[in-house]
Design a protein around this ligand. Structure first.
Ligand SMILES: Nc1ncnc2c1ncn2[C@@H]1O[C@H](COP(=O)(O)OP(=O)(O)OP(=O)(O)O)[C@@H](O)[C@H]1O
Length: 255
C-alpha cells in the first residue's frame, strides 16, 4: 500500500472581489450582489502514488501549485475533485508557522501542536526538552511567539515538525528558513529522517537540496505534473525548460 495516493485531484480557488473598489461603487453595488469571481485552477487532474520510505522532491515555478497540493495532502485544504489517500501520521511544516498561535508562548504552542498531531500530553512532555533544545531558542520559549523573528519562528516550526515522529513529513521550503548554522542542522536532521526511511515530501526551489535528499521527484507546471522520476533527470529537464541551463552562472539555489 502506498503512503500517499493522489487520484485525479483538481483544486480550484474561488475568490470574490470588488471590480472597482471605490467607496462610491461599493455603496451603489451594495445589495445587488455584483461581485466578481476569479477562479484559479491551482492543481489540475494530478495523479501519483508515493511509496513508504520515499523522499520526493516537488519542484516547479512560482504558482505551479506545489503548496496547494501539499496543503491538500496535509488535510488542510480539501480537493475540489478527486481523491487523496494518506496512510500514516502526517506532520507538516508548510509555510512558516502554520498552526502556531502568535499570542501564545513557544512552550504553549509546542504542547498545542503536539496535541493537534495526536500525541498524548505525556508523550509531548517527554519530547519537549528535545524540541526546545533543537530550536535553540533559550528563554524565548516562554515568550509569546509574536516577539519572535521569522527565523526563530521557523526554527521552532521545523523542530516541532521533525520531533512529532511522523510517518509522513511534508516540508515546504524549510531549508530556506533560519540562518546558515540552523540550515545545516536542519539538513542533518532531514538526512537522519531519510535514513530512517520515513516518507518525506520536500517542496523546494533549492535544486541542490532536492538532489541531496530526494530519491524521487515531481515537477509541477501550472497545476499539472510535467515529469516524475529520478531527481537528476527531472531537475535537468526543469532547468532546461526554464532556459537557464546548468552550465551558466545562475545559481541553482533559486529556481
Ligand atoms: N488562498 C488562495 N486563494 C486564491 N488563489 C490562491 C490561493 N493560494 C494560492 N493561490 C493561487 O494558486 C496557484 C498555485 O499557488 P501555490 O501557492 O500552490 O504555488 P506554488 O507552486 O507553491 O508557488 P511558490 O513557488 O510561489 O510557492 C497560484 O496561481 C496562486 O495565485
Amino acid at each position: 500500500m502506498p503512503a500517499v495516493k493522489v487520484q485525479d485531484v483538481s483544486i480550484t480557488y474561488r475568490t470574490t472581489f470588488e471590480r472597482v473598489p471605490t467607496f462610491k461603487s461599493a455603496i451603489v453595488r451594495f445589495g445587488r450582489g455584483e461581485r466578481a469571481i476569479r477562479e484559479v485552477k491551482a492543481v489540475q487532474n494530478v495523479s501519483f502514488d508515493v511509496d513508504h520510505g520515499t523522499t520526493i522532491g516537488i519542484i516547479g515555478a512560482n504558482g505551479a501549485g506545489k503548496s496547494t497540493l501539499m496543503r491538500s495532502i496535509a488535510g488542510i485544504l480539501p480537493p475540489t475533485s478527486g481523491r487523496i489517500e494518506v496512510h500514516g501520521r502526517v506532520s507538516t511544516l508548510l509555510s512558516l508557522g502554520v498552526g502556531f498561535n502568535a499570542a501564545l508562548s513557544g512552550r504553549e504552542n509546542v504542547v498545542l501542536g503536539g496535541l493537534a498531531a495526536g500525541l498524548s500530553r505525556k508523550a509531548i512532555q517527554e519530547r519537549y526538552e528535545e524540541i526546545a533544545e533543537f530550536a535553540e531558542l533559550g528563554d524565548f520559549m516562554e515568550m509569546p511567539m509574536r516577539t519572535y523573528s521569522s527565523g526563530m519562528f521557523s526554527r521552532l516550526a521545523f523542530s516541532v515538525a521533525v520531533h512529532m515522529d511522523p510517518d509522513i513529513l511534508l516540508i515546504d521550503e524549510a531549508l530556506s528558513a533560519g540562518d546558515a548554522s540552523f540550515k545545516s542542522k536542519a539538513a542533518a536532521k532531514m538526512n537522519e529522517l531519510v535514513t530512517n526511511s520515513r516518507t518525506m515530501f520536500l517542496v523546494s526551489h533549492a535544486m541542490s537540496s532536492v538532489r541531496d535528499l530526494c530519491n524521487d521527484c515531481i515537477w509541477l507546471h501550472k497545476g499539472k505534473v510535467m515529469m516524475r522520476g529520478e531527481p537528476n533527470e527531472v531537475i535537468t529537464a526543469y532547468t532546461k525548460f526554464l532556459q537557464v541551463g546548468e552550465k551558466e552562472s545562475v545559481s541553482l539555489e533559486d529556481l
